[in-house]
Design a protein around this ligand. Structure first.
Ligand code: FAD
Length: 299
């Protein structure tokens, strides 16, 4: 996969947001959207809460994004805890709001990540079935998940890649990965994905480290690893938020820069609804108003 010339392709990126749970969080989200939209992302996406718990806030956020901004907007959708008819009803509601792109996911049981997933009686058994269900309803653009370090429930990486293949065979256009920090792991995964005959983009999910302890909690819940070298970069910075922010921006820019040298040009940012760090990362990469310039870390 490593490219022989070192010239990076033009960078493209998408931003993931989560629906706000309070008026204060609502203000923070729209401030974040306003700040990041100047970078002209390929698309933005809005997550869907565990067990379908944030259906209404997800709908109102994507509705406002579609109505009030020029941003191409995707809605995440899960099929956990719902019958196929209930999911179809949700899809029709989102479709009426103008949604044409879904990030189609199985989701986790409402009682938490790690508890055993059981398909709802009469529901879609997994994301591959959901993709097929969506394709039967309309010509949607469909993104799905991928797991370079294996999904915690999967037997092994091969089982994961089999599931990804089923999602692609059913109509998925793009995979967005769980976040990771070791680019070699992603590169090895991508080689196996390609060897399995999967040719859709498998877009690295980039998680700028807003808060190391929170990141470690997320990572252990979703089976991602946080390398020691990354933790070491934050040693001694507990009381130095500005230095932490600098290190976090540098880390993500370095990761993307290295992936670009390996031939990757598309990235999905887990923004955590916070613009400053993502803005810093893009600035370090030389991105100005969506146009890559040949200065900074990626040049
Ligand atoms: P699938 O693709 O169906 O399966 C994932 C893997 O689990 C498969 O590779 C398969 O090997 C294995 N597997 C599935 N079913 C079984 C089974 N019965 N037995 C054994 N192995 C099995 N969650 C939300 O609630 N809302 C969101 O908005 C959201 N957004 C996400 C966005 C991205 C980019 C990613 C990577 C994840 C997101 N998630 C979200 C998390 C996701 O819902 C969980 O990871 C969930 O556990 C799996 O959903 P999936 O679509 O990846 O499942």
């Amino acid at each position: 996969m490593t490219r022989t010339d070192n010239r990076p392709q033009p960078i493209r990126f998408s931003f993931e947001f989560f629906p706000p749970k309070s008026p204060e969080a609502d203000g923070q989200l729209w401030q974040c959207i306003s700040e990041l939209s100047r970078f002209q992302p390929q698309f933005v996406s809005v997550t869907y809460g565990a067990g379908g718990s944030t259906q209404a806030p997800t709908l109102s956020t994507v509705t406002r994004l579609i109505a009030d901004t020029p941003l191409a907007t995707a809605s995440h959708l899960t099929c956990v805890g719902a019958t196929k008819d209930e999911v179809r009803e949700v899809v029709r509601t989102f479709q009426a709001a103008g949604v044409r792109h879904f990030v189609a996911l199985r989701g986790d049981p409402a009682d938490g990540v790690g508890s055993t997933y059981r398909p709802h009686e009469g529901g879609f058994a997994n994301a591959a079935e959901l993709v097929l269900g969506l394709k039967e309803m309309g010509d949607f653009e469909i993104s799905v998940s991928a797991y370079p370090e294996k999904h915690p429930e999967s037997r092994d990486v091969d089982a994961d890649i089999d599931m990804l293949k089923r999602k692609v065979d059913n109509g998925a256009d793009r995979a967005l990965t769980q976040f990771f920090f070791d680019n070699d792991v992603y590169e090895r995964y991508l080689e196996r994905v390609r060897a399995a005959g999967i040719s859709i983009p498998v877009v690295p999910g980039i998680m700028p480290v807003q808060n190391l302890n929170q990141l470690k909690r997320f990572a252990s819940a979703c089976g991602a690893s946080v390398p020691q070298w990354l933790e070491k970069r934050f040693v001694g910075l507990d009381d130095k938020p500005q230095a932490r922010a600098l290190v976090a921006a540098e880390l993500a820019a370095e990761q993307i820069d290295d992936l670009r040298r390996r031939g990757i040009s598309e990235f999905h940012f887990y923004t955590m609804n916070k613009a400053p760090l993502v803005s810093s990362v893009l600035s370090l990469l030389g991105v100005r108003d969506g146009q890559p310039v040949q200065t900074g870390a990626a040049a």
